[in-house]
Design a protein around this ligand. Structure first.
Ligand SMILES: NC(=O)c1ccc[n+]([C@@H]2O[C@H](COP(=O)([O-])OP(=O)(O)OC[C@H]3O[C@@H](n4cnc5c(N)ncnc54)[C@H](OP(=O)(O)O)[C@@H]3O)[C@@H](O)[C@H]2O)c1
Length: 316
């Protein structure tokens, strides 16, 4: 990348070329993940949509191809709630290196009852955190084979006010869905920062970066039929919300910057400029509780046990 491009301010509508690189976006078939994939496809990279639903992935790929001439998009069947399936999913990726994985897919429940994955883990912790934790282990050889790969974890402002309970990571007691969601996102962000510390200690070329979309509403999102459709009426009625939050296309911007910007470093947190809720991507200070090494170590050990992963996650 030339120094001219390096010194230019980041422009979300004018992304640098990433031709020859391969990116995997979990949950790339819908929501923010779709827009991350669409934006990354404009760089000339190969973009793989990790999605459990073949039809939705097909619709997302057709939409991207119709908007991005020459887009190179593929589908990888991927169900993060099924930990035992992840190794064979990665085996089917059929690439010799991976330049970035975006840990974007997520589930957020608003109401009880507490639900579990088929492996018996609380659904949000199991999918959002454990699924991505286990996936990282299987992707480690491919990430290490790239010259400077990135693991980009999508966090949330919901994690700011939460604290992890190492004695009850899976919310078996006093289950409250919003709190369990916030804790699952905090677990992901804690993992993202801890992973970077471990990668640095292992002298790895791989970086781990955390990004979050701010507040991103479907009703403020541009239509991409049939992937997402926003009627003019719905858009109009949600315009007051646009003072505070944004749509999912804009929610993708900090994530895409965390993947592509050569100035981004491991261990950083990126989010939207305006109150961390909307706007152009900028670097944010990392809240102390997200990078606390003692909590991170407890979470790491518990995650290895739950996911049957090696402590080094394949990065040596
Ligand atoms: N929207 C916001 O305001 C906001 C704010 C902060 C953080 N976030 C984070 O941003 C990310 C994307 O959110 P979003 O609003 O775009 O959500 P969304 O529209 O609900 O999309 C979620 C994506 O995750 C996929 N997914 C769910 N469970 C999965 C599983 N078991 N295996 C594979 N994929 C699975 C979904 O696939 P299916 O289509 O198959 O269900 C879908 O592609 C999440 O990590 C979320 O926590 C969002």
């Amino acid at each position: 990348m030339s120094s001219v491009i390096q010194s230019r301010p980041w422009d979300v509508h004018r992304l640098p070329s990433a031709e020859g690189r391969v990116f995997l976006v979990t949950g790339g078939n819908a929501g923010i993940g779709y827009f991350v994939a669409e934006q990354l496809a404009t760089t000339g990279a190969v973009v793989v949509l990790g999605s459990r639903d073949r039809a939705k992935a097909g619709a997302a790929m057709a939409s991207i191809r119709s908007r991005v001439p020459g887009a190179q998009v593929r589908h990888l069947p991927l169900d993060l709630a099924d930990l035992a399936s992840l190794k064979s999913a990665v085996d089917r990726l059929d690439v010799d290196r991976l330049d970035a994985v975006v840990h974007n897919a997520g589930v957020a429940l608003d109401d009880p009852p507490r639900r579990e994955t088929q492996d018996g883990h609380e659904l949000m912790f199991g999918t959002n955190h454990l699924g991505h934790f286990a996936l990282t282990q299987w992707l480690a050889p491919l990430l290490s084979a790239a010259p400077a790969a990135r693991v980009v974890t999508v966090g949330s402002f919901a994690a700011r006010s939460e604290r992890l309970d190492l004695g009850d990571l899976e919310s078996t007691r006093d289950y409250r869905p919003k709190r369990a969601y916030g804790r699952s996102k905090l677990a992901q962000m804690s993992f993202g920062f801890a992973l970077d510390r471990r990668l640095r200690a292992a002298d790895s070329t791989v970086l781990s970066v955390v990004a979050h979309p701010g507040g991103a509403l479907d009703s403020l999102t541009p239509s991409r039929p049939p992937v997402c459709v926003t009627t003019p009426g719905r858009r109009l009625s949600s315009l007051p919300a646009a003072l505070l939050v944004q749509g999912k296309e804009a929610g993708a911007w900090p994530v895409v910057r965390a993947v592509l910007d050569a100035r981004v470093r491991g261990g950083q947190l990126w989010g939207p400029r305006v109150f961390g809720l909307r706007g152009m991507p900028r670097r944010e200070p990392v809240p102390a509780h997200m990078a606390d090494p003692v909590t991170a170590a407890g979470l790491w050990a518990a995650s290895c046990a739950a996911a049957g992963a090696e402590p080094h996650l394949g990065f040596r």
